[in-house]
Design a protein around this ligand. Sequence first.
Ligand code: FES
Length: 140
Amino acid sequence: MNRQEAIDFLLDHYENPRNQGEIEHPDVNLNGGNPGCADVISMQARFGEDGKLAEIAWDGEGCTISRAAASYVTEMVQGLSPAEIENITFEDLMNQLGREVVMTRPTCATLALGTLKKGVHEYDMRQRADNADYSDTHQH
Ligand code: FES
């Protein structure tokens, strides 16, 4: 992707946001903000019985890059497991968004992914705790 293509790609996500809104019964529901600006991006996700992402949405107020990146992140994680989402690095995202264009605003570009990863991590921890409780019940 050259610079112009990267800009067009971001603008398309900004102008035609994918998966913006809310979902019902989210497993992940977290707001994220950046120090230094008042923008807040919320991320919601629900996992299916197969353990893969079933539904995802983002919403909130943010600058062009943070909104475009939030829209893109919701496409990037389709069908992934919590562990796979947690393994996506900010580098991966920046490369896919077009490093040249988002490099000057890394905190904006990674706000949605960082928020989603944090929420997914918390969800994963809760699941593990629940499973541990469950096996305890059956051992004793
Ligand atoms: Fe606030 Fe970009 S300026 S997220």
